[in-house]
Design a protein around this ligand. Structure first.
Ligand SMILES: [Ca+2]
Ligand SMILES: [Ca+2]
Ligand SMILES: [Ca+2]
Length: 394
């Protein structure tokens, strides 16, 4: 839902940018020249969609099912976007939550004896700005007193679409969860209009089983399930993927060991919103001290996870403070076998580009959600001087 509203807001907001100062850099030109080939959206081959299988959960064809229709895109509590918003403001917030989850996110719920479970939408590990929600399972074995939440790794409509009007009981005889689904083929891009692509039905009448054993499986016991590790591209059979002594579940940068270098300091300052970054050349003489080491922070429940694709070692080796980064090299990112679009929320940070004809001076670019900014960096005796040179909101 968030994506519709964000897109709407974006249309209303005029794009503006602050004074942009240009610096000549051949390195920067070459970098962007290589990336000019913009790949426009192309629907996947129908066969790829119809042969789709999930890495973790089985689905089978069944005879009795609720046929697919696209009004099922909203959850049962949201008949339309307008009703959703109106109720949202009018309803007492206390009755909006079940098991700590806003009921507007819930697709299907059931109670069987002392067991209570529901399948719900969330966006913890997926791009929320433009994209579809992911499916989670909430499960309680003590009449809803305490709950466990499990990530399924399934992103709605990519290409599995899970139906909340499923006629099958949610909790099956084994105590696992089952829900009707179908396979959809995305026919247009997320970008415009309003970030809502169209979909085509490829195969209907599927019954998906979300078994608790698979949902809970944590092969290396590091606190991240195998499903989450697959999303993070960490090793599900190694509790410390980068071997830096910090287990995967607490590591703010679990794929690359933090290795403090001259250049990693600059990227850490950016990511950690360092107070020594200047927002103009005048009245700001702050520098980033090369000797000052940030304390190591651990992942908490509320820590956000973002994706950065980079080949710049100084950026790969950062020690972030405020969110977990999953860092992939360009090659790792491009060789990813998943053909479907949704991934972790991505932050774009360019490498440092040398400014032509100036000693120890660099520029780089940054983009996250609708924000963009550029920075000028110069090495001084006291440390790096970092100045923001432009900012864009689109
Ligand atoms: Ca694990
Ligand atoms: Ca692991
Ligand atoms: Ca580690």
């Amino acid at each position: 839902m968030k994506n519709y509203l964000t897109m709407l807001l974006l249309l209303l907001l005029p794009a503006f940018s602050f004074a942009q100062e240009d610096y000549e850099s051949k390195e920067r030109e070459e970098y962007y020249d290589k990336r000019k080939t913009f790949k426009s959206f192309k629907p996947l081959n129908k066969k790829i969609v119809s042969n789709y299988y999930d890495d973790f959960f089985k689905f089978v064809e069944v005879d009795n099912y609720m046929p697919y229709n696209d009004t099922l895109f909203f959850t049962p509590y949201q008949d339309s976007i307008f009703q959703l918003r109106l109720e949202y403001w009018m309803t007492d917030s206390l009755v909006r939550y079940i098991g700590g989850i806003d009921k507007y996110q819930i697709l299907k719920q059931e109670k069987k004896g002392s067991v209570e479970a529901f399948v719900y939408y969330d966006s913890k590990y997926v791009e929320t700005f433009i994209g579809e929600p992911e499916l989670w399972v909430a499960h309680s074995e003590d009449n809803g007193k305490t709950w466990s939440y499990y990530y399924t790794g399934i992103v709605q409509k990519q290409p599995l679409f899970v139906k909340w009007n499923s006629s099958y009981p949610l909790i099956n005889e084994q105590g696992d969860l089952q829900i009707e689904a179908c396979l959809l083929r995305q026919m247009s891009s997320f970008i415009m209009p309003f970030g809502a692509p169209s979909y085509q039905l490829v195969k209907d009448g599927l019954l998906l089983t979300l078994d608790l054993e698979t949902l809970r499986k944590d092969s290396d016991g590091d606190g991240l399930t195998d499903i989450v590790e697959t999303k993070f591209r960490t090793d599900p059979n190694n509790d410390d993927t980068d071997g830096d002594g910090i287990p995967d579940n607490l590591d703010m940068n679990p794929r690359f060991a933090s290795n403090r270098t001259d250049k990693s300091i600059i990227f850490e300052a950016l990511i950690n919103d360092d107070e020594n970054i200047c927002y103009g050349f005048e009245d700001c003489e702050s520098v980033l001290s090369i000797d000052e080491r940030p304390e190591v922070h651990s992942v908490a429940d509320t820590t956000e996870t973002i994706l950065i694709v980079t080949d710049e070692p100084g950026l790969q080796n950062i020690q972030p403070r405020s969110f977990r980064v999953i860092i992939l090299t360009t090659e790792e990112y491009e060789s990813n076998p998943r053909y479907f679009q949704n991934d972790l929320c991505r932050m774009r940070i360019s490498p440092l580009f040398k400014v032509d004809g100036e000693k120890d001076t660099y520029i780089f670019d940054y983009g996250f959600n609708t924000w963009g900014a550029g920075y000028w960096v110069k090495k001084t005796e006291k440390g790096w001087r970092v100045v923001q040179t432009y900012m864009i909101i689109s």
